[in-house]
Every structure is written in structure tokens, then in C-alpha cells.
Design a protein around this ligand. Structure first.
Ligand code: ADE
Length: 245
């Protein structure tokens, strides 16, 4: 998979060299190129932002550097254009299902906004040239798209064949079909069998694989009902802790 990231802060992406993703890159399972948006400025001060039309606080990222950056990446296309992902709190929610879809794409481009966001004409224009999805990683506001991009990249690249050593662990993930539809995973345990007087549930040590599978499923259902009832009903109950309705 080819991944290009356009950002005003390329140094944010140092974690891409670490752990699972770092290994995936080293093995050539994913090629990740980070580009500085200022490469595509044309004035001596390398200006990327401007005051918003219509007033309001903060600055908006000007369209010209984005247009030039996306044109430069598109010029490298030998076949289909890339999928463009634009992290923004106003985007569609990023889910495991979207991660699975994106993991099948050969080429992703992430456009990381900052400040009040990117001039809206950039997405409009890009959408005439390639598929574009504006994506939110949660109902909170980050300082920019970089951390959201890291979140999405980690979720997507661990699904690429060969990245996670044991593919069964992906099938059992929270939100995975193998994990029982949109359920969160239940508790997990390792040695010692008793720790501070707390024993690992007997069934997990029974060797009865069918009973273990049943137990895991029940635990996942119980935990999902307790913590994420919205996954079961599609709706949060009024008393769901900490979530304004
Ligand atoms: N940029 C700022 N906040 C964001 C969010 N919640 N999701 C994606 N991109 C963002």
C-alpha cells in the first residue's frame, strides 16, 4: 500500500517508524511518504493561511498549496487515482468497518488541516479528480489532522496482510465480525493463574474450546451491553455515563 501524507508538521509522523507500523514499513508492506505542505507555496514567506472570508476567529488554510500538492501526487498516478482522506471533526465517523475498506485500497493520501481548517474548495475540487472522504476520529476537537491520521493509519495498516503476525488476533478484535459482529472484546488473562488472590476464570483453563468460545462470546456481549449499548441498539440510553445526548 502506498500512503502519502501532506502536513504542515511532518515531524508529527516520527511514530510511523516505531513498533508494528515501523516493521511494516521496513518490510515494504506499506510505503509511507510524508510531505511538507510548504513545499507547494510560491511566495518568499511560504504562506499557507489566510483570514476567513465572512470573519470569525483563527486562520484558514489557503487552497493554492493544497491544489498544487494534490496535483503533484496525482501526476505520479500510473493507474487509478488515490483515495483522499481529509481528517476533520465534521467528517464521517472513522470505524473499524471503514478501516477494513481502506485497507483494501492500494493508495491513500491524507490531507492534514490545521487552524480553522482547509478552504472548502479544496475538497470540492479534489472530488472531481479522485474519491474523497472527510473523516472524524471522534466527537472532540484536535489541534489538527496529524494525530487523527496516525490513529487511522494504525487501524488501517495493522489489517494489511502480513503486518500482524497472527491473523486470528484480528478476527477476534473488538468490532470485528469474527468477534461476534459489532461487539467490544471481553477481558483477557495470562499467567500466573492466581494473582493477588484473583484467579483466572476456570473455563479458560479447562481446555474445552467450545466452552471457551461460548464464554468469550458471553463476556463480549455483557461488556458491550454495559459499556457500549449503542452498538447493540444503535442508540445511547439517556443514562449512558459521560455522554451528552
Ligand atoms: N481534526 C481536528 N479534530 C479532529 C477529529 N476529531 N477527527 C479528525 N480530524 C480532526
Amino acid at each position: 500500500m502506498q500512503i502519502d501524507i501532506i502536513s504542515l508538521f511532518p515531524e508529527y509522523f516520527a511514530p510511523l517508524d516505531v513498533s508494528l507500523l515501523g516493521r511494516a514499513r521496513a518490510q515494504g508492506l506499506a510505503t509511507i511518504d510524508v510531505h511538507d505542505l510548504r513545499t507547494w507555496t510560491s511566495d518568499p514567506r511560504r504562506t499557507v493561511d489566510g483570514v476567513p472570508f465572512g470573519g470569525g476567529p483563527g486562520m484558514v488554510l489557503r487552497p493554492e498549496p493544497w491544489g498544487a500538492a494534490l496535483d503533484a501526487l496525482l501526476a505520479r498516478a500510473t493507474g487509478d487515482p488515490p483515495c483522499l482522506l481529509v481528517p476533520t471533526p465534521s467528517g464521517q465517523p472513522f470505524t473499524q468497518s471503514l478501516a477494513r475498506d481502506l485497507a483494501t485500497e492500494p493508495w491513500l493520501v491524507f490531507a492534514c488541516g490545521r487552524y480553522e481548517g482547509i478552504d472548502a474548495r479544496v475538497v470540492e475540487d479534489a472530488a472531481t479528480l479522485m474519491p474523497v472522504t472527510e473523516v472524524s476520529v471522534g466527537d472532540y476537537v484536535l489541534a489538527g489532522g496529524e494525530v487523527a491520521t496516525l490513529v487511522m493509519l494504525e487501524a488501517i495498516t495493522r489489517l494489511l496482510p502480513g503486518v500482524v503476525g497472527n491473523p486470528a488476533s484480528i478476527a477476534e478484535d473488538s468490532f470485528s465480525v469474527g468477534g461476534g459482529g459489532a461487539l467490544v472484546e471481553g477481558p483477557v488473562y495470562t499467567r500466573p493463574a492466581v494473582w493477588r488472590g484473583r484467579a483466572v476464570p476456570e473455563v479458560l483453563r479447562s481446555g474445552d474450546h467450545a466452552a471457551i468460545a461460548r464464554w468469550k462470546r458471553e463476556q463480549a456481549e455483557r461488556r458491550t451491553a454495559e459499556r457500549r449499548p449503542d452498538l447493540l441498539t444503535g442508540k445511547l440510553p439517556p443514562t449512558f455515563p459521560g455522554v451528552a445526548q
